[in-house]
Design a protein around this ligand. Structure first.
Ligand code: ADE
Length: 241
């Protein structure tokens, strides 16, 4: 069964966009996943295909109408479709690698991209949407967030990732940032590569990389470092108490 993505958007021309390139693009052409963009405007009201209106209670901006969004969903998603319906919004739960893995392991996703101030709350509830944010900043719409979510999921699908990407994913799954990387030349602008990497001692290289990964995580991401985890440094007895 192919992993299927449907995107509901006012800007269907933004898809597949960057996902036509690199790993995701090759996987799309190989039929490892599919992508369908549904134009919300096609389900707008009246001759002008209106999709939004002013907010009840006043305030700035426009809100997407629940009836229009509901029709777009009905058109894109057959009844009984097992895929989760996800609304991209800064109000959502933060996307992390655990959620990415959960979504990649399922049948696919239906993504609703909001524009304007947002989507009427009633259709979010009536359709039992999962609300997801890609970070604590505000984008001008959900489209770029949808592209981020899709890229992160697609690279985990069977046969998509190469060995290098797999190792990176394992590092992040273990709750650590990656160690730094070096390649030729061995000296560049007076900067030498750390000598241990040229030593040929595989065990020492592995130990140095582990230390670098831990130091970077401790210094840059105390939130990750202090999160309890199994099978990593906690068991090695060198993590926080
Ligand atoms: N739409 C606008 N900002 C967003 C964000 N940070 N995450 C997901 N969707 C968004």
């Amino acid at each position: 069964m192919m992993w299927r993505a449907s995107v509901l958007t006012l800007f269907p021309e933004m898809f597949p966009g960057p996902l036509a390139h690199s790993l995701a693009g090759r996987a799309l052409r190989e039929g490892r996943w599919s992508l369908a963009a549904e134009d919300i405007r096609a389900h707008g009201e009246g001759r002008h295909r209106t999709v939004d209106d002013t907010p009840f209670g006043g305030g700035a901006g426009m809100v997407m109408r629940p009836d229009v969004v509901d029709r777009a969903i009905a058109a894109a998603v057959p009844e009984g479709d097992p895929r989760p319906l996800i609304y991209l919004t800064p109000r959502g739960r933060l996307l992390d690698q655990a959620l990415v893995r959960e979504l990649a392991a399922g049948p696919g996703v239906v993504l609703l991209c909001g524009r304007y101030e947002g989507v009427d709350q009633r259709v979010i509830e009536a359709r039992a949407m999962r609300e997801v944010s890609i970070g604590d900043y505000v984008l001008s719409g959900g489209e770029v967030a949808a592209l981020v979510l899709l890229d992160a999921c697609v690279r985990l699908l069977p046969g998509v990732m190469g060995a290098a990407e797999s190792a990176e994913e394992e590092s992040h799954a273990a709750g650590l940032l990656e160690y730094p990387h070096y390649t030729r030349p061995a000296e560049w602008q007076g900067r030498a590569v750390p000598p241990v990497l040229l030593s040929g001692h595989h065990a020492e290289v592995a130990r140095w990389r582990r230390e670098q990964a831990e130091a970077a995580t401790r210094e840059r991401r105390p939130d990750l470092w202090n999160r309890p985890r199994f099978g990593t440094r906690m068991d090695a007895g060198c993590g926080p108490a």
